[in-house]
Design a binder for this molecule. Sequence first.
Ligand code: 8YV
Length: 317
Amino acid sequence: MKKKILVGYPLQPARREALSREFHVDCPQTVENRHEEIKEMVGDYHALMILGTSGQKEVLERGKKLEIVGNYGVGYDNIDIAYAKAKGIAVTNTPNSTHTGTATLAMGLILALLRKIVSADRKLRNNTHPRWGSPEALGTAPEGLTLGIIGMGRIGKALAKRAGSFDMKIQYHNRNRLPIEEEQKYEAQFVTLKELVQQSDVISVNCPLNDSTRGLIGSNEFQIMKPSTFIINTSRGGVIDQSSLIAALQQNQIAGAGLDVFWNEPEIPDVLKTLDNVVLTPHNGTGTVEDRKAMFEECFGNITAFLKGEAMTSRVV
Ligand code: 8YV
């Protein structure tokens, strides 16, 4: 008897075919209603592969036969880890295939803001761009600016590497300080969160969302940032307090924001769309053909290994 896998998103035919050689594979019928469908279906499956949703207790408790949840992504704030652990359900994620793409997008947002790439494009399209050389058309050179990275895991390190090639100075804050050899490798200096927030010209949020990082950046932090600071978030919307960020942008407490993640995705507050110093992307850190393929392979590699009793590359619990 083949084990049964429920995949939380429509699968490309080739991938479905590959999986079907070893497992019985099903997907929800719709993308919009997939969470409800998964909840209805999960009782019959040994493995669940999910993206960004459907790992809550209300789903897991219906998974009477569930042995493993494979998260198609590195961040697993969508999964009730404590409940999974208590029930003996394994959880895996994809840290090996998500860091380069997310770091590249963060670097892209930094450059887009510093060099006003997106706002110039918008102005050119509606013929409102100032003449060549006007002071307001000029951006800021990245060289010599201080980049403060909050969360120096794989994504933070990959960003440090990229920013280093633009001669940015790197400082970071992390739950645990890195070993000295790693700090030397990334030319990164450990600072307190307060120092990072006060001193950085660009702040990039790269930590996971959990109880200790929810609302980590709020009005107190925005108040001590320099008015020339840009903030980038490619992690999870909840790490930055939404109303404080909007207020800081509206009151020119900071220079701008590059946001790939939001508080209640896929919703994006309308006010953010009206601000010229904000660059928005649709939770697209891993939005390349190559990254999504690697994530698929990592996620299914883990599920397959688990169901066959083999070692997995990344197990959360
Ligand atoms: C995914 C991500 O696209 O890896 C993550 O944590 O945010 C993205 O790579 C997202 O998780 C979709 O499930």
